[in-house]
Write a protein that binds this ligand. Structure first.
Ligand code: APR
Ligand code: MG
Length: 280
């Protein structure tokens, strides 16, 4: 394969890098993740990404969302706790971010001034931060000590980077890598073959996944899974790569016996326990 496409993150690498859950561990070892997701019209995004995080190794999960969203999803994500009106409190600095092991923001979030103000606060935190969907905008990125991970699809990447969708389709690796190194962040450029570009220029491509993923909600699931994996992996790069790999591997497992037309984003979290186990 062309080196411009990056190194394939292969099965053996997943096997070597998935973490153990030590027998004597407790939830504090894995830490608390904060997931800011789910606008009033998109409560499902908070649920789907929440399920992704809950099945991917967190110690505890807090979902920051709207009061009405909490009411509509709490029964289905019963293991999580909730931060009502999270965007407002984060933007105002009235919700402390110091205790989180990792943070993700974006699924189902409306890209408005309040979201931007909240992201400014999130960027100042010292936790690894994933920005997705509604949290992806054209902005400047001050250098931060903890990793910053953007998870755009090609349309979102075009919007934040200024590359045309044509350029991105033609050379996803070089586009993602140039943006990642210039802004000192990680780009997970999603698509039929997801490209992962790290700030030091290291470039990977993901070999798993299929068209069962070509439907709404699967990206939200990935964001949640990545958040959970950041909590249980020691090496954050391995967390990013393994989340993308296992997300695709679950879809591959689904279509062994079922039509790709019929997979729900939620099915990924349902299949993950068995798929993950195969690589442990
Ligand atoms: N083959 C393999 N993987 C695929 C394929 C395919 N043909 N099509 C999509 N995928 C994978 C992508 O790699 C990615 O991991 O499915 C996921 C889709 O993610 P998104 O494009 O973010 O989709 P979605 O879940 O609908 O996003 C939800 O965020 O991006 C916004 O506008 C979007 O509001 C929507 C929300
Ligand atoms: Mg998306």
């Amino acid at each position: 394969q062309n080196s411009q496409d990056g190194i394939a993150w292969a099965q053996e690498m997943v096997r070597r890098t998935l973490p153990e859950r030590a027998q004597d561990s407790h939830k504090g070892v894995f830490g608390t993740a904060l997931l800011v997701a789910g606008g009033p019209d998109m409560p499902g995004a908070a649920l789907i990404s929440g399920l992704g995080a809950l099945t991917s190794g967190v110690g505890k999960l807090e979902i920051g969302t709207y009061r009405e969203t909490i009411r509509s999803i709490a029964h289905a994500a019963a293991e999580a706790t909730y931060v009502p009106d999270a965007l407002i409190h984060i933007a105002n600095g009235t919700h402390s971010l110091t205790s989180y092991k990792a943070i993700a923001c974006g699924p189902g979030v409306v890209p408005d001034a309040l979201t931007e103000a909240a992201i400014d606060s999130l960027l100042k935190s010292s936790a690894p931060l994933i920005l997705d969907a509604g949290a992806l905008s054209e902005r400047s990125y001050a250098k931060r000590s903890a990793p910053l991970i953007l998870t755009p699809h090609a349309g979102e990447f075009s919007r934040i980077s200024g590359y045309s969708t044509g350029q991105i389709a033609e050379s996803p690796g070089p586009c993602a890598s140039a943006f990642a190194t210039e802004h000192h962040l990680t780009v997970v450029l999603k698509g039929p073959r997801t490209t992962i570009a790290f700030p030091d220029g290291e470039l990977y491509r993901n070999p798993t996944g299929n068209a069962a993923l070509a439907k709404g909600g699967t990206g939200d699931m990935l964001t949640g899974m990545m958040l959970g994996m950041l909590c249980c992996h020691e090496n954050w790069r391995h967390a990013v790569l393994n989340a993308v790999y296992l997300h695709g591997a679950c879809a591959d497992e689904f279509i062994k016996t079922r039509s790709p037309h019929t997979m729900l984003a939620r099915d990924i979290a349902r299949l993950l326990p068995e798929v993950w186990k195969r690589f442990e």
